[in-house]
Write a protein of this length. Structure first.
Length: 130
């Protein structure tokens, strides 16, 4: 796949998973300083990894959340919890992934990820009732 095609594909997948509002905010914050990084993640993470049909977006979502928790990259967890509304990963799926994190990467990391998931799901529930 050519670079422009991978970028376009990545942007389409990114929007499908994260939602237009999130991507629009990220693009509006883009600067010449971080533009190369933004292109890198759009083409590699979204245009290659997330664009692959080797596993479902539901499974990829669960893997991503587990990896973020296991590696302590907690800042990204709320964004990916919100994305589960579009990937098909249920709340039970997410809790199952975090239980794996507890066993294989540590209870404190799983515990913190669950705390973030509970907060984010509460916000999502509140937003849905407005």
């Amino acid at each position: 796949m050519t670079e422009p095609t991978r970028h376009a594909c990545g942007m389409a997948v990114r929007r499908a998973v994260l939602g237009d509002a999130h991507v629009d905010r990220a693009e509006a914050a883009r600067t010449p300083l971080d533009a190369p990084f933004q292109d890198l993640i759009t083409e590699s993470a979204w245009g290659t990894v997330w664009a692959s049909d080797a596993i479902s977006r539901r499974e990829r979502s669960m893997l991503t959340l587990a990896l973020l928790a296991a590696t302590g990259n907690f800042e990204e967890i709320p964004m990916h919890i919100r994305a589960t509304a579009r990937t098909g990963a249920s709340r039970r799926d997410v809790m199952e992934a975090f239980q794996h994190v507890a066993i294989y990467a540590g209870v404190p990391r799983a515990n913190h990820a669950i705390k973030l998931a509970k907060q984010t799901y509460a916000e999502m529930d509140e937003e849905a009732t407005r």
